[in-house]
Design a protein around this ligand. Structure first.
Ligand code: GLU
Length: 446
């Protein structure tokens, strides 16, 4: 059992791409198989090294490590050999139409209400015409001649699929400049790298029909296919080029890898979408049979909600490296319930430690009155002596209650606002010792 994730390094990965990567990875891990990263970089103009790096980085961040990485740009000799084989078998033919000519053909067909299928005009060229083109040094592109008949397969997600070859255009495999289009290298690699299960987006379904004929023409074993339904956003289709919801964006927004994986492993499946803390759990729950063919909607809010839940449970050890220096487990454990992303913990750390916050605190509570000022000054005077611990807050609050006529919210809210600049947040009994007596006095009197 071997799967592959085959991105083209022409942009940053978006959640649709990563969903395919994750499903391929889970599919392989569940079966005890292998997961390959195949970089489809035959398009030398659009492929970029920075995107190759970014793909590796995104996969690593999510924990989807490949067992092996291959690059199509390093395998051109294999594609050349396949081309020879197809030419010898009479399945590849030279075509001389220009882009404009092809476009005109398509428009005419559409105007006549016909499907825009290539009419095989170049297949009917006489030897004389071909010699003429050669004399003019015109470079052909090469099309694969599809064989008439039904192309059928059982798709692991879509069920029975059926195409009639005559409803498909003979695909271009080699461009005028000698570069390969996606079609042939993908089939050659799937064959030669021993890919047993091809899982990819449903936008590749008609490519599968063509590639089945390629596998047959090249004498390779036909892998199992699964085409996952595409994810749509409220704005429409996801696109790598439009830069919608790239993994990098989500990462900067503070989304945790497991929040993303928890969502993407289940969306479009029969399982409920819930927080999972490890890929191992997702492997255990994975089954391709749970996936359906209907399109799924994606809203970044769904992931944000999962993320919040996940952050509330994250143990200190899991996040320590990303926390400000000095932040300890008790502090993390008290703030994590009040934040939606790990980086927000730093804000609470700064709230407790910064000496430049005093001025802004006073401005927070619009209902703060002179009465409050007096109350806060009075409370400051009876702050217990240090050292402070988690019992200090209650001792102090009892004392304040006894010396003023306030209780409940009227009592602690002005104090919370004065000390933190916010009217909500982690438990004051935990924060107070971090703020410390000197700072507390300054803030209460500000
Ligand atoms: N490079 C293709 C893509 O990104 C790969 C499709 C496939 O999995 O065969 O869409």
């Amino acid at each position: 059992m071997r799967t592959r994730f085959a991105p083209s390094p022409t942009g940053r990965l978006h959640i649709g791409n990563i969903r395919t990567a994750l499903l391929c990875w889970l599919y392989a891990r569940k079966a005890g198989g292998e997961f390959l990263l195949r970089l489809d970089d035959t398009d030398s103009e659009r492929s970029r090294e920075e995107y190759v790096e970014a793909i590796r980085e995104d996969l690593q961040w999510l924990g989807l490590n490949p067992d092996r990485e291959v690059r199509q740009s390093a395998r051109v000799l294999h594609y050349d050999a396949a081309v020879e084989k197809l030419k010898n078998a009479g399945r590849l033919y030279a075509c001389y139409e220009t882009e404009t000519e092809l476009e005109t053909k398509r428009k005419m067909q559409l105007a006549l209400g016909k499907p825009p299928i290539y009419d095989r005009e170049s297949l009917r060229l006489t030897d004389k015409q071909k010699a003429q083109f050669a004399a003019e040094a015109r470079k052909p592109h090469w099309r694969f001649r599809l064989e008439d008949g039904a192309i059928v397969w059982h798709d692991e997600i879509q069920g029975a699929r059926h195409f009639e070859a005559r409803n498909l255009s003979d695909p271009i495999l080699v461009r005028e400049n000698g570069e390969y289009t996606y079609m042939l290298p993908s089939a050659v690699d799937d064959m030669e790298l021993g890919i047993t299960h091809v899982l990819r987006g449903e936008d590749h379904i008609s490519n599968t029909a063509i590639q089945i004929q390629l596998f047959e023409a090249l004498g390779g074993a036909i892998p199992a296919f699964a085409h996952n339904a595409l994810i749509k956003t409220k704005e429409g289709k996801l696109s790598k080029r439009k830069g919608s919801s790239t993994i990098a964006d989500l990462r900067t927004q503070g989304i945790e890898p497991m929040a993303l994986c928890s969502f993407l492993a289940k969306v479009g499946s029969a399982d409920a979408i819930e927080v999972r803390h490890s890929l191992k759990e997702l492997v255990a729950e994975f089954s391709i049979a749970k996936f359906g063919k209907s399109q799924t909607m994606y809203d970044v809010e769904d992931i944000a909600r999962l993320n919040e839940k996940l952050v509330h449970d994250l143990p200190f050890e899991a996040v320590q490296a990303r926390l400000p220096e000095g932040m300890d487990a008790p502090f993390w454990e008290t703030v994590r319930g009040n934040i939606v992303s790990v980086s927000e913990a730093a804000e609470w750390w700064a709230i407790c430690h910064s000496d430049h916050r005093e001025e802004s605190h006073a401005a927070v509570d619009p209902s703060a009155s002179l009465q409050d000022d007096n109350f806060l000054a009075q409370s400051a005077m009876i702050l217990p002596p240090e050292p402070w611990d988690s019992a200090t807050w209650n001792i102090w609050m009892d004392a304040v209650k006894n010396t003023t006529d306030r209780k409940g919210k009227e009592l602690f809210m002005p104090i919370r606002c004065a000390l933190t600049g916010r009217d909500h947040g982690p438990e004051m009994k935990v924060l107070l010792p971090y703020i410390g007596r000197a700072r507390a006095i300054r803030r209460l009197n500000a």
